[in-house]
Design a protein around this ligand. Structure first.
Ligand code: UDX
Length: 427
């Protein structure tokens, strides 16, 4: 059954949700408060780097099933279902700031058609379904939680081929209606109460962050005992109960979700009288990982970074996105500059200093330019392109022949053959 859908907020979650729901045959109106963004989207310009999204948006607009408007009320006035996809940034005490969600609900309340459904897609604390109900003041409108599990860089694929769809509501009919939006997908649909749906989202991210901190901790042990983390991951990951996915060691985890969601879950737990020490430890291990990588770079530079040039390849929090939010690369660069290093960085998606980047960072136009006269090269984001760069060319440009590959991306032997001292993570 085709539905009329409003999507409030065209960030990466809202835009992906809107474009994918239009692809599934629904009629979708996406709204934002940013006039510039809406104008660009209407011209088919996608403001983020996201594989496959531009094509899907173009297809949706061409079919007439996807359109973009200014302001939430314009989108919500004729919808059957309104998706709230607005930001939930971290508040001062670590909890998620719900003010955008509340404001969006208040705005659309007056225009929502009779018995419309409002869906919380933003990651919201447990109990937020009730908060939205209160903000709406519309007993005829049911509120449903339908968390997203989209990874940046593969959000379209994750939406269209999900491991599961979770729908949480106290109203069975509303839950079924939201679940039916995904009828075109072959996936498991889990229908539950709102608090469980909200908890699933936080628990999933916290578990994944735990996996990563765990493997980074094991990588540190590997370095101390002379083991190879790659073999250890294969060895433990072959146990079906563990699995090999999401066990790649790195410079630490970051991005728009894990850091804020893990802090929010600690706060949710605190409010429920539980001290989530395990998750606190997961965050501590992640901070230590950033320190460890910065220290590896310092030692590679001879122990003192003052006056040294560090070339950095990769600024985004992972490959496949232009997102710099809570990027481990930036956290490490800040540590290096504090120790006196001059950092020259190259990232395929960053060509000028953007908000969130340190002002004294030098942005290079190419990977070669970044390594010019550098004492150490640090690989901090796993962009595939870096794998194909010739080590011997880089060797002629650098002052030092030191490389710290914090993503275990490059071929160690190739770099050693070109005269480099290579250090990875956990091997
Ligand atoms: C995450 C969740 O995966 C997604 O389900 C949720 O909806 C939003 O948050 P995303 O933030 O896009 O998605 O990034 P993800 O691919 O999960 O990576 C998070 C961080 O972990 C990145 O810094 C990444 O580099 C790091 N990572 C991931 C590793 O270091 N090793 C891995 O094996 C996987």
């Amino acid at each position: 059954m085709s539905c009329r859908i409003a999507v409030i907020g065209t960030g990466y979650v809202g835009l992906t949700t809107g474009a994918c729901l239009a692809h599934l045959g629904h009629t979708v109106v996406c709204a934002d408060i940013d006039a510039d963004k809406i104008a660009k989207l209407r011209d088919g310009i996608i403001p983020i780097v996201e594989l496959g999204l531009a094509d899907l948006v173009a297809d949706g607009m061409a079919s007439g099933r996807l359109s973009f408007v200014m302001g939430s009320t314009e989108a919500a006035k004729n919808c059957d279902i309104a998706f709230l996809c607005v930001p939930t940034p971290q508040g001062e005490d670590g909890s998620a700031d719900l003010s955008y969600v509340q404001r969006a609900a208040e705005e659309i309340s007056a225009v929502l058609p009779f018995e419309a459904i409002v869906v919380n897609k933003s990651t919201v604390p447990v109990g937020s379904t009730k908060v939205v109900e209160k903000a709406l003041k519309r007993p005829d409108v049911k509120v449903v939680s339908n968390p997203e599990f989209l990874r940046e860089g593969s959000a379209v694929q994750d939406f269209l081929k999900p491991d599961r769809v979770v729908v949480g509501s106290d109203d069975q009919a509303a839950a079924m209606k939201v679940a039916s939006l995904y009828d075109g997908l072959s996936t498991r649909v889990i229908i539950t109460d709102p608090a469980s749906a909200e908890t699933i989202k936080y628990a999933a991210n916290a578990f994944l962050a735990t996996k990563l901190s765990f493997i980074n901790a094991i990588a540190a042990i590997c370095e101390g005992v002379g083991a190879d983390i790659n073999d250890v991951v294969v060895g433990i990951g072959s146990d079906k109960r563990i699995g090999e996915n999401f066990l790649r060691p790195g410079p630490g985890w970051g991005g728009s979700c894990f850091p804020k969601d893990s802090r929010a879950l600690i706060k949710i737990a605190e409010d429920a009288d539980y001290s989530f020490d395990l998750l606190k430890g997961v965050i501590t291990v992640n901070d230590q990982q950033l320190d460890r990588v910065a220290d590896k770079i310092r030692l590679a530079a001879g122990g003192d970074l003052s006056g040294k040039i560090v070339a950095v390849w990769g600024l985004t929090f992972k490959a496949g996105t232009d997102d710099l939010r809570d990027s481990p690369a930036i956290a490490i660069i800040e540590r290096l500059t504090k120790l006196g290093a001059r950092v020259q960085a190259y990232d395929p998606t960053v060509n000028v200093i953007r908000p969130g980047l340190p002002n004294d960072l030098v942005i290079a136009a190419s990977s070669d330019e970044a390594t010019s006269r550098a004492d150490v090269l640090a690989v901090l984001t796993e962009w595939d392109d870096f794998k194909w760069i010739s080590p011997s060319t880089i060797a002629t440009e650098m002052t030092g022949k030191q490389i710290v590959d914090a993503r275990n991306l490059l071929d160690r032997k190739d770099w050693e053959r070109a005269g480099f001292t290579y250090q990875g993570i956990g091997r």
